[in-house]
Design a protein around this ligand. Structure first.
Ligand SMILES: Nc1ncnc2c1ncn2[C@@H]1O[C@H](COP(=O)(O)OP(=O)(O)OP(=O)(O)O)[C@@H](O)[C@H]1O
Ligand SMILES: [Mg+2]
Length: 244
């Protein structure tokens, strides 16, 4: 197995730092097998491996042992169908990190596409057609958490958010973060709140560019160990403080 399976939700209004955080997380996790659904063709994701605009070629690239595939969907064709094929291919390949940018564009709270649902519900540990075990680490980014499917939202190992614009969305996240929704609405750009599975209190911090001073994420291995050992006992880290 290449990577430990984590589910990470990254939210925030436009320009609050979702992709900055996701890039920092990917640099930290260093997945050897990575597939990115780059919904809006974000230039900040252009440094992650090979960019594909042809879905068949992107899926073929997932047959290699190691790959970094960034797929930019064709918006002149049926996006939902492309997303379905993309998720099916990721699930079949397995043992990879699957990042979906602008998740609410392709999934709805009560209408998750079947292939995506399979990734979310089964991806932690499953067997492929060859009988070998596979896992998926899943990262979903979006502005509107209330439009993401519930199985994803309710099974996050890491819930990370910047400022949220609407009361409805802020309340959805505040509920999962166990704090007042107004705190989520008042965050300045690049400021974040985060809660990990097993953590009683959310933590907070500010994203920075370059350097490691406020790198908000632990190594996957450490994180997994901490999840198992109950994160409540973990001492606060540099760049990370509890939110009252
Ligand atoms: N390397 C960098 N140096 C300085 N500023 C940066 C850098 N990378 C991104 N930014 C700025 O950080 C802010 C957050 O950008 P980011 O792309 O993470 O936003 P986002 O939450 O993904 O927004 P959107 O919803 O529009 O995709 C933006 O103002 C962006 O211009
Ligand atoms: Mg973005």
């Amino acid at each position: 197995m290449n990577e430990k399976a984590l589910m990470v939700g990254i939210f925030g209004a436009r320009g609050t730092g979702k992709n900055v955080y996701a890039v920092q997380l990917l640099k930290r996790l260093k997945p050897s097998r990575l597939v990115i659904w780059d919904h809006k063709h974000d230039p900040s994701m252009s440094n992650f491996g090979n960019t594909f605009t042809d879905l068949k070629e992107a899926i073929l690239a997932m047959k290699a042992e190691r790959f970094h595939v960034r797929y930019m969907p064709d918006h002149s064709r049926e996006v939902q169908k492309q997303f379905d094929y993309f998720c099916r291919a990721a699930f079949a390949a397995g043992n990879l990190t699957l990042m979906i940018d602008e998740l609410p564009e392709v999934t709805k709270a009560n209408r998750a596409p079947a292939a995506w649902r399979q990734c979310v519900n089964v991806g932690r540990l499953y067997r492929g057609p060859d009988g070998k075990e596979r896992t998926l680490t899943i990262m979903g980014l979006g502005q509107r958490p209330s439009e993401c499917d519930k199985s994803f939202m309710n099974n996050l190992d890491i819930l990370h958010t910047g400022r949220i614009a609407s009361v409805n969305d802020a309340k959805t996240l505040a509920d999962l973060l166990a704090l007042d929704y107004r705190k989520v609405m008042a965050l300045p750009d690049l400021h974040w709140l985060e809660r990990r599975q097993g953590q009683a209190e959310p933590s907070s911090g500010v994203l920075s560019f370059g350097g490691n001073a406020t790198m908000p994420v632990q190594k996957t291995e450490d994180l997994q160990n901490n999840l198992q050992n109950n994160l409540q006992k973990e001492a606060p880290k540099r760049g990370r403080k509890k939110v009252s």
